[in-house]
Design a protein around this ligand. Structure first.
Ligand code: CP
Length: 311
């Protein structure tokens, strides 16, 4: 693997999931692979799971890890040809090349603006690092994608499914803030790459990009969509059509134990209790959110392993 910015960077998903599950059983098996190699993690936004699980994964492989909260450094300029006489002090062209001298792999988290659809869809930050850095880049959640989360989700479903082709439902849920579509986008693309019967449900106005959903069924009636589900993945996202807007806060879309039926409950976390999902779900045996978060380590570790093997 050269970079991991999108789930399409995984050449063999089935083997990658199997190998991640093996790593989970023996996490220090390749603890020499990353010796004298450094992972630099750059955070433009907050994180709990991604930050700790990716650091843990790198250390399991013997790597050194350096973390920079980018807001503590110089304000970066990403546009070409800008006269930098305002708020930005350093251009990505220099910054990415400099960081590449300190790193063997760079991981970046940079959320969308949710105000400028074209700019967000251009993945300016992630693509600027891809262009100007001289080492592999890992996406720790960008404007439109969260491929490490999607790989952890795929590992979790593979471990827990009792069926060859489980029914998985991605259900929108209410949230007071405008959130990105990145988790939903990568989850949909990941499920489309697996032997999964995927259905998406959300209120009208919350359609994801058709470039992502393709032929996946979208059912606006949540109860209808949830029928016979084996896994229910709940996530809020802001409107893609009316870009970045919160159009609906209908609490009837919150996931409840009654609606969940016998399905397992998934969420990427962090989650707002009794807004997105009721306590009775999160506190039940049906919730697998803690296992999902644990699998973030092994998703990151298999990605780092595949990158290190090609350095
Ligand atoms: N799921 C996830 O990416 O969590 P963090 O935002 O805490 O990293």
């Amino acid at each position: 693997m050269k970079h991991y910015t999108n789930i399409k960077d995984i050449s063999n998903l089935t083997d990658t999931i199997k190998e991640a599950i093996l790593l989970k059983m023996n996490p220090y098996e390749f603890s020499d692979l990353g010796q004298h190699k450094t992972l630099v993690m750059l955070f433009f936004n907050a994180s709990l799971r991604t930050r700790l699980s990716t650091e843990k994964a790198a250390k399991n492989l013997g790597m050194n890890v350096m973390i920079l909260n980018v807001n503590d450094a110089w304000n970066l300029e990403f546009e070409d040809g800008t006269i930098m006489n305002a708020n930005t002090s350093e251009h990505i062209k220099e910054a990415a090349q400099v960081i590449s001298q300190y790193a063997d792999v760079i991981a970046v988290r940079a959320f969308p603006s949710l105000t400028d659809k074209l700019k967000d869809e251009s993945e300016l930050v992630m693509n600027s690092f891809m262009t100007h850095a001289t080492v592999p880049i890992i996406n720790m959640e960008s404007a439109t994608a969260h491929p490490l989360q999607a790989l952890a989700d795929a590992i979790t479903i593979s471990e827990l499914t009792e069926k060859a082709k489980p029914k998985v439902v991605l259900s929108w849920a209410p949230h007071p803030k405008a959130l990105p579509q990145a988790v939903a986008n990568s989850f949909v693309e990941m499920m489309q790459s697996m032997a999964i019967d995927l259905t998406i449900t959300h209120p009208e106005g919350y359609e994801l990009s058709e470039a992502i959903t393709k032929n996946t069924p979208v059912i606006y009636d949540q109860n209808e969509a949830l029928k016979d589900a084996d896994f229910v993945y709940v996530k809020n996202w802001s409107s893609y059509k009316d870009y970045g807007k919160v159009l609906n806060q209908d609490e009837n879309w919150m996931m409840t134990k009654a609606k969940l039926g016998h399905a397992k409950f998934m969420h990427c976390l962090p989650v707002r209790r009794n807004v997105v999902v009721e306590d009775a779900v999160l506190d039940s045996e049906q919730s697998v959110v803690i296992q999902q978060a644990n699998n973030r380590t092994f998703a990151a570790q298999i990605v780092l392993k595949q990158i290190l093997e090609e350095l």
